[in-house]
Ligand binder design. Structure first.
Ligand SMILES: Nc1nc2c(ncn2[C@@H]2O[C@H](COP(=O)(O)OP(=O)(O)OP(=O)(O)O)[C@@H](O)[C@H]2O)c(=O)[nH]1
Ligand SMILES: [Mg+2]
Length: 294
């Protein structure tokens, strides 16, 4: 077989499982995930290279409506700009669920020139695959993609079958990136994201949407990676919640984040976290740009 390579954008509304699927497709945790919508804020490349192919997955923020802050426009732009210059668009839906945000994604899909594969995720929630058929038929009446594929991102066999399907549509060409390249994002970005993931998972209500993480110090000290990170929140009351009673919340988040960064870097990590109030950062274009949202 000749060598194949190309870009595959994973798009869809928030919370359908795009980042979970991205990680499963490359067999490594790169992109953060959580049960809350709007977890992913930045586009990230996750690259899987074998002797036969190089698949460059582009995980994207969930396209959403309703929120009008500058950070929401940034996220929607990061997602919609991923429709161009890719070979395949993998449009992820949640099987059995269709809403206004899916409708919004459909508007972009209709304008796209790439091959479109519609994947209906989370079919493990159904007793049998048969139960998903009416949903797929309904989608087929709205839009006819090149392929439709029901799956669960948690099922190894589904991931193997999806990879085969993607390979069918990937163009014949040499690798685009070096074979040992796994992402376009640096270690500092991944470290900040892994900290944000723990914040997303531990903090309730709207708080996770009002915070961001900034790496202040990132230095190798012998075998140890020393990281100091600042958590920015919008209000004083949020600072107390993130720190928690006797500092317990921040301690839990720090321990969990350190472990996952160590897993990624495969070296010991010393992680220091602190919280700062930065009013209005999420709706201020200049503040956003200085925090890496540009
Ligand atoms: N039951 C089930 N849950 C899944 C599956 N795939 C993902 N999830 C869960 O769905 C939730 C959202 O997953 P994410 O991967 O963060 O979703 P996303 O589409 O990247 O979300 P945003 O970044 O917010 O756009 C998490 O709780 C996942 O564990 C699946 O196949 N079955
Ligand atoms: Mg995501």
């Amino acid at each position: 077989m000749s060598h194949k390579a190309g870009f595959i954008a994973i798009v869809g509304r928030p919370n359908v499982g795009k980042s979970t699927l991205t990680n499963e497709l490359i067999g490594k945790k790169l992109s953060i995930t959580s049960p809350k919508p709007q977890t992913t804020r930045h586009r990230i490349h996750a690259i899987d290279t074998t002797d036969d192919y190089q698949m460059i997955f582009v995980d994207t923020p969930g396209m959403h409506i309703g929120n009008l802050k500058a950070i929401n426009s940034y996220m929607n732009r990061a997602a919609s700009s991923s429709f161009a210059d890719v070979d395949i668009i993998l449009w992820l839906l949640e099987a059995g669920k269709w809403g206004k945000e899916d409708e919004r994604v459909l508007e972009h899909i209709c304008k796209a020139e790439a091959t479109v594969i519609v994947c209906a995720n989370k079919i493990d929630k159904f007793k049998s695959n048969q139960q998903v058929l009416p949903f797929l038929q309904k989608i087929g009446q709205k839009y006819q993609p090149d392929e439709m594929f029901p799956l669960s991102a948690f099922k190894k066999n589904d991931i193997i079958s999806l990879r085969k399907l993607l390979l069918k549509y990937l163009p014949e060409q040499d690798n685009i990136f070096d074979a040992d390249f796994i992402t376009d994002r640096g270690e500092k970005f991944i470290a900040a994201e892994f900290i944000r993931e723990k914040l997303m998972r531990h903090l309730s209500d709207e708080l996770p949407y009002d915070l961001t993480v900034e790496i202040e110090q990132y230095e190798l000290d012998g075998q140890m990676q020393r990281i100091s990170a600042r958590i920015l929140v919008e209000k004083n009351s949020q600072k107390s919640i993130v720190i928690g009673s006797k500092g317990e919340m921040l301690k839990t988040i720090g321990t969990e984040a350190r472990r996952s960064i160590e897993g990624f870097l495969e070296r010991k990590v010393f992680l220091k976290l602190w919280v700062k109030v930065s009013k209005g950062w999420s709706d201020d274009k200049r503040a956003l740009a200085s925090l890496g949202y540009d």
